[in-house]
Design a protein around this ligand. Structure first.
Ligand code: NDP
Length: 317
């Protein structure tokens, strides 16, 4: 292990809209931020095709293009954007210690956690194929549902997210087929009842996806299997939505940072970006299981940079 230690004023971990927005604000406040991009530079938006709901883009923008622009904007004010990911932290003392890929050690006066969350997928090869080519697999109905207006879609999941997204899709699509792997919903009663009472949502219980079907243009449906009867059948659809939960990317912070049972970081004081560790702030999806939008992540990124700036000012820096 190298003994090289770098001291920084503001370390930002993660490169989604939250991280880059924090960087823009921190850089303009002369905090010389260093930003590590993490395992998926650009974050979840790099797996989204078209972003049409981020204010300021009247003609829409692709997710990857938007992330390139956010990075350029952060770099314009001299944010030091680096590739690499954090493998360990020690937030037990006054100085916040962070290790990059188990080698480089950084001592940061302030740390902004913007590591986001990852949508869970089924893990089927066919699902991953159409996800990669942007051909009809999505984990966000609010982001991508509009592209399936007037078409038939499938949604997998039985929690509150799946119900909310199925209901959202039902207003755009001619038919939504909901695949529930057990014979009951996990969602709250009111959310489950809403989808059960929606005419163009068909719920298939005890049903698992065997394969996402498609051609060179994208998804054409799914082959599904009933786990009770063994029946296998095909369902036509142009969009295949997966809503089986998210996992916040916060495991490395667990020993020091307060979080809920699913790993979402808890704000120390509502309406701020403060965590339980002074000088460590959080923004974006790592602390948000409700909204999960690029614009809300960007908003909290701004808050984190302002809170970090105030923290340093109070310490006389
Ligand atoms: P949940 O973890 O609550 O639900 C995940 C669902 O996906 C479960 O029904 C689970 O099935 C299913 N699932 C998991 N893996 C698979 C798989 N491999 N194949 C098929 N199905 C699978 O996640 P949510 O994102 O729905 O919700 C997260 C939290 O956010 C919850 O606390 C929820 O209440 C909250 N939330 C609240 C909302 C609101 O109140 N408006 C809106 C959205 C979320 P099974 O049931 O069989 O385990």
């Amino acid at each position: 292990m190298s003994t090289e230690i770098e001291k920084v004023k503001c370390l930002i971990i993660g490169s989604g809209p939250a991280g880059y927005t924090a960087a823009i604000y921190a850089a303009r406040a002369n905090m010389s931020p260093v930003l590590y991009q993490g395992m998926q530079p650009g974050g979840q938006l790099t797996t989204t095709n078209e972003v049409e709901n981020f204010p300021g883009y009247p003609d829409g923008v692709t997710g990857p293009e938007m992330m390139i622009q956010l990075q350029a904007q952060a770099e314009r004010f001299e944010t030091d954007v680096r590739s690499g990911w954090v493998t360990k932290v020690d937030f037990s003392g006054d100085v916040h210690k962070v290790w990059i890929e188990d080698k480089k050690e950084i001592h940061a006066e302030t740390v902004i956690i913007s590591t986001g969350a990852s949508a869970k997928y089924l893990g089927l090869e066919s699902e991953q194929h159409y996800l990669k080519i942007g051909g009809g697999v999505s984990a966000c109905a609010v982001c991508d549902g509009f592209f399936y207006k007037g078409q038939e879609t499938i949604i997998v999941g039985a929690g509150d997210s799946a119900c909310e997204e199925a209901h959202y899709l039902s207003k755009l699509c001619t038919k939504v087929t909901m695949l529930v792997r057990k014979d009951t919903f996990r969602a709250s009663k009111i959310m489950a009842e809403r989808v059960q009472n929606t005419e163009n949502i068909e719920i298939l219980y005890n049903t698992n996806t065997v394969e996402v079907l498609g051609d060179e243009h994208g998804v054409t449906g799914a082959r599904v299997k009933n786990s009770v009867t063994g029946e296998v059948k095909g369902i036509p659809a142009t969009g295949f939505f997966v809503a089986i939960g998210h996992k916040p990317n916060t495991d490395i912070f667990k020993p020091y940072i307060n979080m809920d049972e699913t790993g979402y970081i808890k704000y120390e004081k509502p309406g701020t970006s403060l965590t339980n560790v002074p000088g460590v702030f959080v923004c974006g999806d790592a602390a948000d299981k409700t909204y999960r939008q690029a614009i809300t992540a960007a908003g909290t990124g701004c808050m984190a940079a302002l809170d970090a700036e105030r923290y340093l000012a109070a310490k006389g820096h």
